[in-house]
Write a protein that binds this ligand. Structure first.
Ligand code: ADP
Ligand code: NA
Length: 332
């Protein structure tokens, strides 16, 4: 049996938003003190499955690292690193390309959504993406993977790859990693449509709060957030069928570190004209220091590069022996 180790990755694709913070970065930071070894990776090899402007990619990678640190991730406690600097990811991914089956990959809903009817023109990397993701996790023998609901299918595929490798080579070598799925309470929805996830890829900037937004932008986006005309109900159950209201309550709870039920105790019965300014004040209070710290860190890219280089060194200390054993099992 394998000792617990946490791995998670985020693509450096710009526009870190409140959902990334409450659903990922803040959770990662909060979990740091648990004592379980944690690795957090900027997955630039995943980002290039669709073309990226080189200067943008370099900047987004540093900005993501700055976002991790500004959100409370301590590079001494967690291993923060950039995927392309640890060649063992790509090396194990090749092995997994030979273990995974075409049919498995073809059934991935994200592949079908992203490649759509134009699969002929999608990159081979986009198709093989889940095998690289399996390698990201398994090259560390990671056992727990905090992911969004949309990555659950890819994580099941990682388990299938691990199980098939173990079976094909008669080796009980790779753990079957467990997803740690974000709960509904930490899923942040769009400010323009309470049924859609807040996302950096949403074309409307008003739909999300970016971690780089200043206080005025944050307050304006909350003031203009879509709501219904009713005041907040007295209890959580009263939010059923009111996705926009529920979302603002969840955001308040996440930022305040309260359970949503406790927010209702404080805010139940208030109109949005009262609740929105309170939420805006809280959001500015919690997020302005993060955006200021990101801006400060981005002024010294060489320091960010040193953090990433040190993280890559530490990651390789774990990955290199696991890759060596993998090759040995295969006969290489
Ligand atoms: P995006 O959806 O903005 O492209 P990613 O897919 O790169 O973001 O997600 C990176 C991490 O942030 C994942 O752990 C994901 O679950 C989390 N995340 C992204 N958006 C949200 C959201 N709206 N609510 C909660 N967590 C989110
Ligand atoms: Na996404």
């Amino acid at each position: 049996s394998h000792s617990p180790r946490v791995f998670s990755g985020i693509q450096p694709s710009g526009n870190l938003q409140l959902g990334n913070y409450l659903g990922a970065l803040k959770r990662f930071a909060d979990a740091q003190s648990s004592g379980t070894p944690t690795l957090y990776c900027m997955v630039d090899l995943h980002a290039i499955t669709v073309w990226q402007d080189p200067a943008d990619l370099r900047r987004a990678t540093r900005e993501l690292c700055a976002g991790f640190i500004a959100s409370g991730l301590d590079p001494e406690k967690s291993i923060l690193f950039n995927q392309s600097q640890v060649p063992e990811h790509a090396q194990l991914a090749w092995v997994f390309n030979c273990v995974a089956r075409m049919g498995w990959m073809g059934r991935m809903t994200q592949w079908k959504d992203k490649a759509g009817k134009n699969a002929e023109n999608a990159s081979l990397g986009l198709f093989a993406y889940p095998a690289l993701m399996a390698a990201d996790i398994l090259v560390y023998h990671a056992t727990h993977v905090p992911v969004g609901e949309d990555q659950k299918q890819h994580l099941e595929l990682a388990r299938d790859i691990a199980a098939k490798f173990n079976h094909d080579y008669g080796a009980d070598f790779f753990p079957l990693p467990e997803p740690v799925i974000e709960g509904a309470a930490t899923r942040v929805m769009s400010l323009r449509d309470g049924t859609k996830k807040m996302s950096k890829s949403d074309p409307s900037d008003m739909s999300r709060i970016n971690l780089t937004d200043d206080a005025d932008a944050i307050a304006k986006k909350i003031r203009k957030a879509k709501t219904d005309p009713e005041p907040l109900p007295a209890t959580l159950e009263g939010l059923d069928g009111r996705p926009e209201a529920r979302n603002l309550v969840n955001i308040y709870a996440g930022l305040a570190g309260l359970a949503p039920a406790d927010v209702m105790t404080q805010m139940g019965g208030k109109s949005f004209a009262e609740f929105k300014p309170a939420l805006a004040e809280l959001a500015v209070d919690r997020l302005a220091p993060i955006s200021a710290e990101m801006a400060r860190l981005m002024q010294d890219p060489a320091e960010i590069d040193r953090v990433l280089a040190r993280g890559a060194e530490r990651a390789r200390e774990i990955a290199a022996p696991i890759l060596r054993q993998t090759y040995d099992i295969i006969g290489m």
